[in-house]
Design a protein around this ligand. Structure first.
Ligand code: ADP
Ligand code: MG
Length: 318
C-alpha cells in the first residue's frame, strides 16, 4: 500500500474527516482552511507521543492509543475554555500493518466524535513510531482561560479525583494483573481520558486561571503559581479520593498518586470565592482543594494542616 492509499483508506475516508462547522476545507489540498467568526481567536496546541517514551513499544493497544493521543491534545483546548474545531495528525510509522492502523484510526475517530473534533490534515512518514497531533479550537477574543490570572483570595479547585491514570500504570506496564471493576476503571481513565470541555466552557469568564493536569497535580499547580506570581496552598484533606484507587492501593500510595502522577487531564483552576456555590451546584465532581495566597510556589498541607515535604516534581523529558 502506498502513502496516498494509506492516507485515503485510514484517514481521509474516516467519518471524522468529513468536515463540519468551521472546516471550510479539509484533507486533500496543501492546507486545510478553518473559518473563525469575527471576534474569535484560534486556540492551537500540539503534542507528540513517541513509542517507548509515552506508550509501550510495541503497542498492541492501537485503538486505545488513538483515543488517548487525541484526548491528551484535546484536553489543552478544554483547559483554555476553547470550543473544539479540528485537528491534524502527523504519523510516523516503521511499517504498514493494516490491522494495527485500522484500529488506531478507529480509536482516533471515536475520541474525535466524543470531542467534536474533525480531522483536517496531517503528514505520513516512515520512521520510529510516533504521533503528533495538533488541535484547533475557537474562543471569543480575550476570553481564553490563561494560567496567569490567579489572585490572592481565590479558591484553588480541581475537576475530579486525581491520580487514577497514574494508578493504571502498573496494569498498563504489565507489573500487576488487572482484575475487577476498579482496575478496569483506572485503565479506562488511562487509555481514554475525558477532556473537560463542558467545565472549561463554564469556567470562561469565571475562573481567574486554569490548566489541565498532565504532569502531576503539584507540578501543574506550580505552573499556575509561577505564571500568576502567587502561592497556591493545596490542602490534601480536601482532595477528592478515587474509590477505585482506594480499593487497590494503600492510603499513602493513593495520596502520592493524587499529588504526583500525571496523565489525568482534569482541569485545575482558581476561582473567586463568590463562584463556589455555582461550582458546587453545576459541577458536583469538582472540588475546592485549597486557596491562593500572596507569595510563590506550591505549599501542600497534610491532613492536619501542616506543610508537607514537596512530593516529586512533575515528569520532565530533559
Ligand atoms: P504535502 O506534500 O502537500 O504536505 P501530503 O502528500 O503530505 O501533502 O498530504 C496530502 C494530503 O493528505 C494533505 O491534505 C494532508 O494534510 C493529508 N494527510 C497526510 N497525512 C495525513 C494523515 N496521517 N492524516 C490526515 N491527513 C493526512
Ligand atoms: Mg506532507
Amino acid at each position: 500500500m502506498g502513502e496516498f492509499e494509506l492516507i485515503r483508506r485510514y484517514f481521509a475516508a474516516a467519518p471524522c474527516a468529513r468536515g463540519g462547522p468551521g472546516v471550510a476545507l479539509g484533507i486533500g489540498d496543501d492546507c486545510a482552511l478553518l473559518a473563525l467568526a469575527p471576534g474569535e481567536q484560534l486556540a492551537v496546541s500540539t503534542d507528540t507521543l513517541t513509542a517507548g517514551v509515552h506508550f509501550p513499544d510495541p503497542c498492541p493497544h492501537a485503538f486505545e492509543l488513538g483515543q488517548r493521543a487525541l484526548a491528551v491534545s484535546a484536553s489543552d483546548l478544554a483547559a483554555m475554555g476553547a470550543t473544539p474545531l479540528g485537528f491534524t495528525l502527523a504519523l510516523t510509522l516503521p511499517t504498514v500493518e493494516p490491522t494495527w492502523l485500522e484500529a488506531l484510526a478507529r480509536g482516533l475517530g471515536a475520541m474525535a466524535e466524543q470531542c467534536d473534533l474533525r480531522l483536517v490534515g496531517g503528514d505520513t512518514t516512515r520512521g520510529p513510531l510516533s504521533l503528533t497531533l495538533t488541535v484547533f479550537g475557537r474562543v471569543p477574543t480575550g476570553r481564553a482561560l490563561l494560567r496567569s490570572g490567579a489572585r490572592p483570595g481565590d479558591l484553588l479547585c480541581l475537576g475530579g479525583a486525581p491520580g487514577e491514570a497514574g494508578g493504571a500504570l502498573p496494569f498498563v506496564l504489565g507489573q500487576r494483573a488487572p482484575s475487577g471493576s476498579s482496575s478496569a476503571h483506572l485503565l479506562a481513565r488511562y487509555w481514554a481520558p475525558q477532556p473537560q470541555f463542558g467545565l472549561g466552557l463554564w469556567l470562561r469568564g469565571r475562573a481567574t486561571a486554569a490548566q489541565d493536569v498532565s504532569d502531576g497535580l503539584v507540578a501543574d499547580c506550580g505552573h499556575i503559581a509561577t505564571a500568576s506570581g502567587v502561592r497556591l496552598v493545596l490542602e490534601t484533606a480536601r482532595l477528592p479520593v478515587s474509590a477505585a484507587l482506594a480499593e487497590l492501593f494503600p492510603a499513602d500510595e493513593v495520596l502520592r498518586l493524587a499529588l504526583g502522577a500525571g496523565d489525568d487531564y482534569l482541569l485545575v483552576f482558581t476561582l473567586p470565592p463568590d463562584q463556589a456555590p455555582a461550582l458546587a451546584a453545576t459541577w458536583p465532581q469538582a472540588q475546592v482543594i485549597g486557596r491562593v495566597e500572596a507569595g510563590s510556589g506550591v505549599t501542600v498541607l497534610d491532613t492536619l494542616g501542616q506543610p508537607m515535604t514537596p512530593v516529586q516534581a512533575g515528569f520532565q523529558h530533559f
